[in-house]
Design a binder for this molecule. Sequence first.
Ligand code: ZN
Length: 236
Amino acid sequence: MRGTPEHVEPSGTQPCPDDNTWPYVRAQVREYTSSGTLVHSQVAREIAAYWQSLSAHRMRGGPTSNNALAAFAGSGKIERELLHDIERERLVGPPDSDVTATFSALTAYVRAVPVVVYSVGKNIAGYSPEADVDRFLDWSDAVERYKDMLRDEAADDITRDPDGECDCDPDGGEGCEWHVVEALVAGHIRDDVDSRTEPGPLGVVIRADSWAGSMSYWLAMAATAFGRFDDETKEH
Ligand SMILES: [Zn+2]
């Protein structure tokens, strides 16, 4: 058996198989095909391991990029490219109905896995975001994006860059609006973001004196199924 997976198992799967040999895997795949009941996580990872090993063999000497499939088989970790990797294996696998059923059972399981998605975006306070919202599975990736967004965009969003023509002193309380926003962002990152040890929502609202509005910058978290996250973040 493959041990406890590094993901939350979807509810309503078939019971843990007595063994992870192929007859037990096949029995659960047959049950999935007839009733739609998801296979157990052990079976899903066994299927992934089987296709991963064939693929590693096929790609020997060539590019090996089924890392998400290998990670899922090995530890149960759900990585961004997992459904993409499964689909690629399905396309090169033999077009036999047993093989297709195996991939369908694995895909259905992976799509149903609950994940926490971290979204990073910005909007004029009170309005929907105009720019794209970025979505991440890893908290640390989301935090990096949040900090980059604030550092690269906030001052320009709110006011005009003085373009080096400015010798104001924001720390002495005599800053131009642009440099005041920069100082505020640096303070928020230092005091509220970098001190954070547990994943959680983040946000800051920055008021713009020059146009009497505010910009809201945020990192939000929400639970969803991995399949839905994949649909929403697919490159079109
Ligand atoms: Zn200035």
